[in-house]
Write a protein that binds this ligand. Structure first.
Ligand code: SF4
Ligand code: SF4
Length: 342
């Protein structure tokens, strides 16, 4: 019996995914190692071992997902949440498709993999090792078979920043100035087009969390010199938890672009020609050493130079730590500076 094809919310083919329980039923145990090796060649990732039960696909409701930590990524997936909320099987049924906020990336497709391998990928290779992750192409194919009446507008959602109200005004002018700048950041859409969709809002949450954590580490652990600040990637890495740092230069640039809207400019100084892991992730520390792979240098614009921005923010965060201990970071990201008012 031929199994019906299962497409994930974001356009992958779950029923042919090497991480899935479905493929573990199709491939014999003795052929798994060779199959895994081939997948690694084409996608860059090695599937988890055969003995693991495998992913049950993103249509499985949260309360039926196995308790294995692997499934946390499904629980958090913004495209899955968006599809569920909009009651559509996948993004091909959405009027906004292809939207910038989906998790689907255009990096596993015939063209990119041919380029990576330096040869033209055959139809057979494409079908076996690439197509299941060629999400945008898979969705385009579905979309081309849909009638206009089957395509839905996503249900609108509203971005409401979680900011605590100040119970009175800051008497300290420096604090007031910095607080107002942080308010601007908290109220920003952080360069997200489509923040009125679930996927947009979820992406905003991720960017917001990273940005607050990044500012927190920079200002508390970086070296402040007047209007400039520098921090090495090792220090960033050691203090990053629970977030992950951007994994490539393009992602860092995105956060630098966001900060530049608020008068903070930043640049990367790469210290190595061994910046990326074989899997394509940017290193923070060099292999077998504690040396940093890059430095981030920041500067504030003339507008922010009215007050020593980094120094004042450092004072605010240090006081917040002193007064609120373990809750200091969560107070910071909600701009709950009330404990500093008395
Ligand atoms: S890992 Fe993704 S594509 Fe693979 S089965 Fe799970 S949800 Fe589907
Ligand atoms: S808004 Fe984007 S992520 Fe959400 S269903 Fe539409 S295309 Fe998919």
């Amino acid at each position: 019996m031929v199994m019906e094809q299962i497409i994930s919310r974001c356009g992958n083919i779950c029923s042919e995914c090497p991480w899935s329980t479905f493929m573990r039923k199709k491939i014999a145990k003795e052929d798994w190692e060779e199959y895994s090796k081939q997948i690694k060649i084409y996608t860059g990732f090695k599937p988890v071992k055969y003995e693991w039960e495998g992913c049950v696909g993103c249509f499985t409701p949260n309360n039926e997902l196995p308790s294995h930590p692997f499934f946390n990524f499904l629980k958090k997936c913004r495209t899955r949440k968006c599809g569920e909320q909009n009651e559509i099987p996948n993004c091909a049924y959405c009027r906004r498709f292809p939207c910038a906020n989906t998790v689907a990336r255009n990096n596993i497709n015939r063209e990119k993999i041919s380029e990576k391998l330096g040869k033209v990928v055959s139809d057979d290779e494409y079908e076996r090792y690439i197509k299941m992750f060629d999400a945008i192409e898979n969705l385009n194919e579905i979309r081309s078979g849909l009638k206009d009446s089957q395509i839905k507008n996503p249900k609108p959602v509203v971005h409401q920043p979680e900011i605590s109200k100040l119970t009175s005004e800051f008497k300290n002018e420096n604090f007031k100035f910095v607080y107002e700048k942080l308010l601007e950041i908290a109220n920003s859409n952080l360069r997200i087009k489509g923040i009125d969709t679930v996927a947009g809002l979820e992406l905003h949450k991720i960017r917001e969390e990273l940005l607050w954590r990044f500012l927190w580490i920079l200002v508390l652990f970086g070296e402040i010199d007047g209007n400039e600040l520098r921090i090495d990637s090792g220090t960033l890495y050691d203090n990053r938890k629970p977030i992950s740092l951007p994994s490539n230069e393009e992602d860092w640039r995105l956060y630098f672009d966001i900060l530049s809207e608020f008068g903070i400019s930043a640049e990367l100084e790469i210290l190595t020609d061994n910046l990326y892991t074989p899997g394509g992730y940017m290193r923070a520390k060099l292999p077998k050493s504690n040396d940093s792979a890059y430095i981030i240098k920041m500067k504030v614009s003339s507008d922010l130079q009215k007050f020593p921005f980094f120094k004042v923010l450092n004072e605010i965060l240090s006081m917040l730590q002193k007064k609120t201990g373990k809750r200091a970071f969560s107070n910071f990201k909600k701009l709950n500076f009330n404990p500093l008012l008395d």
